[in-house]
Design a protein around this ligand. Sequence first.
Ligand SMILES: O=C[C@H](O)[C@H](O)COP(=O)(O)O
Ligand SMILES: C=C(OP(=O)(O)O)C(=O)O
Ligand SMILES: [Mn+2]
Length: 448
Amino acid sequence: MSNWNPSSWRQHTALHQPVYPDQDALADVTAQLKQSPPLVFAEEVRSLRDDLGRVERGEGFLLQGGDCAESFAEFSEQNLRDTVKVILQMAVTLTYAGSCPVVKMGRVAGQFAKPRSSPVETRDGVSLPSYLGDSINGIDFTSASRTPDPQRMLRAYQQSVTSINLLRAMATGGFASLQNIRAWNLESVQATPLAQRYGAMTDQIHQALDFMHACGVPLEAFSSLQGTALYISHEALLLEFEEVMAREVDGCWYDLSGHCLWVGERTRQPGSAHLEFIRGVENPVGVKIGPTASVDDCLNLCQQLNPDNQSGKLLFICRMGVEQTQQVLPQLLGSVKQAGHKVVWVCDPMHGNTETASSGYKTRNFDRIMAELEAFFAAHREAGTYPGGLHLEMTGRYVTECTGGAYAIREEDLHHCYETQCDPRLNAGQALEIAYRAADELRRFRQR
Ligand SMILES: O=C[C@H](O)[C@H](O)COP(=O)(O)O
Ligand SMILES: C=C(OP(=O)(O)O)C(=O)O
Ligand SMILES: [Mn+2]
């Protein structure tokens, strides 16, 4: 990679970076992190590249989901387990209906830094720096809490280590075995019509497994039935952190803070420090594609981030809102296809559909989310390209942050359990419902 090194981003404009008042403390923390083991391994990153290559060729589907912002306060085994359960349920639903393998990826074990619309927050006439994510400052509205503190990077790193330990155990230690499918049920979804539909599907899968077993097929010999890969990803926003997690393996650089990193809508401008950083790593990398993205933007990103046009290397995560997805996306898809660039196209139907409820809560409506997802599939039908995946802000718990869905959450219900640190997440029931609808779309698409 020409003229690149882990700190070459420093020659470019880096937006949305904290200003640390104590530079010595920052240097001390980054030196400690540089000595610390990586969170993931280069071999795993290469496996993900292969898996995403299959997705790019239309032989699989990506499911990427988790919190908008992970937090120190919400960290618990139960929360992590519930998130994994709902991801497994969603993935098996998509696999079953779409008859294709699903690559599972959490927005987890590193999703701690947030770009904000405004650098300051004002309450009752008092203005303080905005909350920028738990790896940077605290959410409490005090001057001390809102001051960027580099020690938080160490805590985020430690929490990520603990998280990935549990995720690996759940993915490969028996829990994710297909024969265990009923154990993935979540209490919070039991009371919805979805539970019946999920129950019927799990019965059919069990029958199929029993039948194969009776025929003498040694199910325990198939590792893909006994466990799964569960990859981790986050927005590569806090470049001080990402730089020290970049490691050289066999002559190539990897950002080993996660398997996959993406650059957000607010930091993908041409020549940005964030694009400079991720262009040099071997990981699969994503870029958010918002409503103002042009054909030239997309073509330039392909050239810069995937100059060798490798399969499974570059993800475009589209988050345009319903109307722009209908009006603009087909042209982007067609132009990238015509130029011959290999891209995994992913739909993030959350970020283009954020609105403020009359009560002041930031929310998203289930029907709008679904409409963007449908428009995404329609755009690919029109352009003759492949809808490769789904990117969701979601949790395994019953929260009331997005309106609509199976529980018909109304604006006046939002206050019951509104716990997000940043953007509104789908709760487990809403996430599963989206998976069912996406599975229907995927099946229709793949049966054409
Ligand atoms: O997650 C995405 C952004 O960080 C988030 O939507 C910004 O939220 P804000 O508009 O409240 O700053
Ligand atoms: C910051 C995010 O999104 P975007 O860059 O698309 O606004 C996010 O994924 O939380
Ligand atoms: Mn978000």
